[in-house]
Design a protein around this ligand. Structure first.
Ligand SMILES: *Cc1c(COP(=O)(O)O)cnc(C)c1O
Length: 427
C-alpha cells in the first residue's frame, strides 16, 4: 500500500507540518519506509537522506540493533510514570550521559524533547539564583542567530530577527542579545571579537542568571560556525562575573562537529548542558539536561528543594532503551574517523561551488556541509527538484545544507554534494 493521492490531498488540507502555511502548503512527499541512508517515497522514488531527519538518525534508518532494543523493551513496558517510579533504561542512560560528558556534569533531567530540555535548563539556572536569594538574576544573555526551540522560554533566547520575537512581543520574556561571533579560526582571534559580549556581561551581570548558546556551530538560526577561543572567553567571563553557562548541544552533540561534544574543542565545560536530537539515533523524541552537583545541591537546599518540572512522558522507557542502544553503537564505532572522512570529502566536493554566482559562502564543520546562497530559495520549486535529483535535502532561507547519517558511504555522499552543486548552478 502506498499513499494515495487523496491522502496527500487530506494532508495538505488538514495537517500542519513544521512552519507551514495551511492555505498554501509547500510540497509534501509521502514516505513508505526507510533503510540505512535511503528514504523510500510513496511515488516509488528512493532518495538519499542528507538531513539525518534533522540531525538525529546518525546510524541510519531501520537499524537492526535499535529495532531490537525497542522490541525487547516493549515486551517489558512501553511507558510508566517517572514520579515515584524508576527503571533500568533511565538509570543506564543517565549513567552513560554522566560518563560521556564533562566530569563536572553529575545530575540528569530526562526531558521529552529538545525544547523542553532548554526550558528545564533555564529553570535550573533561575532556581539556582533564586535559592541563593539573588532574585534579580533573572535574565539570560545570548548571541544572535541562535536557535533553542519553539516553546516560549526557548523561543525567547532564539535569534530576535528570525525567531518570531516581533509577533510574540509582550508575551515573551525579554532577554539580552549580543552579536554572534564572527571569528572562525583561533589563529585569527583578536580581543575585539569578545568585546561586545564582555561589555554586556560587565554591564548586566547583576541581572543575568546564565549565558545560553550553541557551542561552535549555530544550527537552525543560520548554520554559522565560530572558533573555540570565543567559548573559552565566554567561560572565563561567566566565572569572573558569577553567571552560569548553559550550552545547548542538541544539534552538535554526539560527534557531529568532530568531537563527541562541541565544547570539548574549547577545553571547557558548561554548568548546564542540553542534549537531544541524535540521543536516540533518531528513533524517538528524548532529550536531557545535565547540570553540576553544585547547581543541584543549591536548588535542593532551598525550601522544599524541588526542581519545578515533570513531564508526563519523562524518562520514557522505550526512548531510554533505544538511546542506550544508540549510544553504545556510537561509542563502539570509529565515529571520529568517519566524521573526519565526511568532513574531508565535504570540503573537497563543496568548495568548487564557491565561485558560482548564486553562492555567497561554502563552509564545512565535521559532518556538516553548508552552501549559503545570495537569495532565499523558493521551496515550491526547489524541494521537488532535489527529490528529482535523488536526494532528501531541505533548505531554509538562503541555506542549502546537509548533515548526513554517519554511516553514509563515499558514493552516496557524492550524490548529495553533486545535487547541491547542480541546484546551486540552476539558481
Ligand atoms: C532542534 C533544536 C532544539 C529544539 O529541539 P526539539 O526537539 O525540536 O524541541 C533546541 N536547540 C537546538 C540547538 C536545536 O537544534
Amino acid at each position: 500500500m502506498t499513499l494515495a493521492k487523496q491522502n496527500l490531498a487530506f494532508d495538505a488540507q488538514h495537517i500542519w507540518h513544521p512552519y507551514t502555511n495551511l492555505k498554501h502548503p509547500s510540497p509534501v512527499f509521502g514516505v513508505e519506509s526507510a533503510e540505512g541512508v535511503y528514504l523510500n517515497l510513496s511515488n516509488g522514488q528512493q532518495v538519499i537522506d542528507g538531513m539525518s531527519s534533522w540531525w538525529s538518525t546518525i546510524h541510519g534508518y531501520n537499524h537492526p540493533v535499535l529495532n531490537e532494543a525497542i522490541q525487547s523493551q516493549i515486551q517489558k513496558m512501553s511507558h510508566v510514570m517517572f514520579g515515584g517510579l524508576t527503571h533500568q533504561p533511565a538509570i543506564d542512560l543517565s549513567q552513560k550521559l554522566i560518563e560521556m560528558t564533562a566530569p563536572e556534569l553529575d545530575c540528569v533531567f530526562l526531558a521529552d524533547s529538545g525544547s523542553v530540555s532548554v526550558e528545564v535548563a533555564l529553570k535550573m539556572a533561575l532556581q539556582y539564583w533564586y535559592s541563593l536569594g539573588e532574585t534579580n538574576k533573572n535574565k539570560f544573555l545570548t548571541i544572535k542567530n541562535g536557535y533553542h526551540g519553539d516553546t516560549f522560554g526557548a523561543m525567547s533566547v532564539c535569534d530576535p530577527e528570525n525567531g518570531m520575537h516581533t509577533m510574540f512581543q509582550g508575551v515573551m520574556p525579554e532577554h539580552i542579545f549580543v552579536s554572534s561571533p564572527t571569528c572562525v579560526n583561533d589563529q585569527d582571534w583578536q580581543d575585539r571579537d569578545i568585546q561586545e559580549f564582555r561589555t554586556s556581561v560587565q554591564a548586566n551581570h547583576k541581572n543575568i542568571a546564565a549565558v545560553i548558546l550553541e557551542p561552535i556551530v549555530q544550527g537552525t538560526g543560520g548554520m554559522r560556525f565560530y572558533c573555540p577561543e570565543y567559548l573559552r572567553q565566554v567561560r572565563t567571563l561567566c566565572d569572573q562575573y558569577d553567571v552560569l553557562l548553559i550550552l545547548d548541544e542538541i544539534a552538535t552533540g554526539f560527534g557531529r562537529t568532530g568531537t563527541l561534544f562541541a565544547y570539548e574543542q574549547a577545553q571547557i565545560s558548561p554548568d548546564i548542558l542540553c542534549v537531544g536530537k541524535a540521543l536516540t539515533g533518531g528513533y524517538m523524541s528524548l532529550a536531557a539536561t545535565l547540570c553540576t552537583r553544585k547547581i543541584a545541591d543549591t536548588v535542593s537546599d532551598f525550601e522544599d528543594g524541588n526542581l519545578m518540572h515533570g513531564p508526563t512522558f519523562m524518562g520514557n522507557p522505550l526512548a531510554c532503551a533505544v538511546a542506550n542502544a544508540s549510544l553504545d553503537i556510537l561509542l563502539e564505532s570509529d565515529w571520529k574517523s568517519k566524521v573526519q572522512q565526511i568532513e574531508t570529502q565535504l570540503i573537497k566536493e563543496l568548495t568548487p561551488c564557491k565561485p558560482l554566482t548564486s553562492v555567497s559562502d561554502v563552509r564545512v564543520k565535521g559532518a556538516i556541509g553548508v552552501i549559503e546562497l545570495n537569495e532565499p530559495v523558493d521551496m515550491y520549486k526547489v524541494q521537488p527538484r532535489l527529490v528529482e535529483l535523488g536526494v532528501w535535502i531541505r533548505p531554509f532561507g538562503k541555506l542549502l545544507y546537509i548533515m548526513p547519517p554517519y554511516i553514509i558511504e563515499e558514493g552516496e555522499l557524492t550524490q548529495l554534494t553533486n545535487a547541491m552543486g547542480i541546484l546551486a548552478k540552476e539558481l
